[in-house]
Design a protein around this ligand. Structure first.
Ligand SMILES: [Zn+2]
Length: 352
């Protein structure tokens, strides 16, 4: 099931206020976690006659529902300015206890919602601290909070990357994943967001590893997805590696990786995936110098996942799999052997 099939229901919260002005009043989004594991519990809180708080949206897995209209203020942020100028989103936890984990689908759904809100209300490309905020960093000290929790904070960079990806690549004019019209006079029913007619996007949540290598004989080779192939060709020594952790069609993931130079040491870890970016887009010297080991690590929103990777020395079979940078169960924290050139690389995301 994807977004395109969904209609997002409205459940009026007890508490809300008028916004100061028209649609231009919305400047960004504020991120929350629900301290609840389902929508019913969020509704019970916001629809209680004695409620003291509310939020505009709740996201859970691939579903969205709404509690306060966009044109109203939610009582969400402990900040007058952010209540007046932001849309607040509750993310339903997978466990309602510290560090308040969230399912990958829930985070992606939230990121897609942020992207759409920023598109439709002209808030600009999502940027943490510019137009996207954590609740805890905007709340007045008298309403100090840990919201949205440690797990969300650890995945914030990844989350914002997803929001930027959808903001940059989704064609909202001709191919919206869903349409926002929760504002009087914008042509909608005024009370729901509904699925668009097409889009082909699903937040299905498959965790993908994309990677490519540069060899001495061939330069950069084509990208490989998961274990559909291996990266390398004709056992030409690998000199550089680029790796990217993808969630579904998202182009971003939180990972770092590094390589060890043949006859040298470890190069600094990099986090990007861009063969044109010598500083952070790939691991390697870029000058044809062979490598003999690779180390990689993912910060998965599905906390029980690791990147599993292995290499084959030039002219030989594969060594054992390495998971993240683990040194348990006979692993040495990296794939490869110092002093031995690498001819092939494989990598994928797997359950721990
Ligand atoms: Zn909050």
């Amino acid at each position: 099931m994807g977004f395109n099939d969904l209609v997002f229901p409205f459940h009026q919260a007890t508490r809300w206020s008028e916004r100061p002005a028209g649609p231009g009043v919305i400047k960004g989004t504020v991120l929350h976690h629900a301290v609840a594991t389902n929508f019913a519990a969020v509704r019970a809180t916001f629809q209680s006659p004695t409620a003291t708080t509310s939020a505009h949206y709740g996201v859970w897995d691939v579903s969205v529902e709404q509690y306060v209209h966009d044109w109203h203020e939610a009582w969400a942020n402990g900040s007058d300015w952010h209540n007046a100028h932001c849309v607040s989103i509750e993310h339903v936890n997978s466990t309602a206890a510290w560090p308040y984990p969230l399912a990958a689908n829930t985070l992606v759904t939230g990121a897609r919602l942020v992207a759409a809100i920023h598109r439709f209300y002209g808030c600009g490309r999502p940027e943490h601290g510019v137009n996207v905020w954590k609740h805890k960093e905007v709340a007045d000290p008298k309403w100090a909070t840990e919201c949205p929790g440690a797990y969300f904070e650890n995945n914030l960079k990844w989350y914002i990357g997803n929001a930027q990806h959808y903001y940059d690549t989704q064609d909202y004019d001709s191919d919206p994943p869903f349409k926002i019209f929760d504002w009087p006079g914008t042509g909608g029913s005024g009370d729901v967001w509904t699925g668009g007619s097409s889009g082909g996007n699903s937040s299905g949540g498959s965790l993908d590893m994309r990677y490519m290598v540069k060899t001495q004989a061939h330069g950069w080779l084509p990208e490989v997805l998961n274990l559909t192939d291996y990266a390398g060709w004709q056992d030409s020594p690998i000199t550089d590696v680029a790796m990217s952790f993808w969630l579904g069609e998202s182009s971003t993931g939180s990972m770092w990786y590094q390589v060890h130079l043949l006859g040298g040491g470890w190069l600094p870890p990099v986090t990007g995936y861009n063969t044109a970016d010598h500083n952070n887009g790939y691991a390697g010297m870029g000058n044809g110098q062979p490598i003999d080991a690779i180390r990689a690590y993912i910060n998965s929103p599905q906390g029980n996942r690791v990147v599993a990777y292995r290499v084959a020395p030039v002219g030989q079979g594969y060594y054992d799999w390495q998971r993240d940078d683990e040194t348990t169960n006979g692993q040495d924290g990296y794939a490869g052997a110092f002093g031995v050139k690498i001819g092939k690389l494989q990598a994928h995301i797997t359950a721990y």
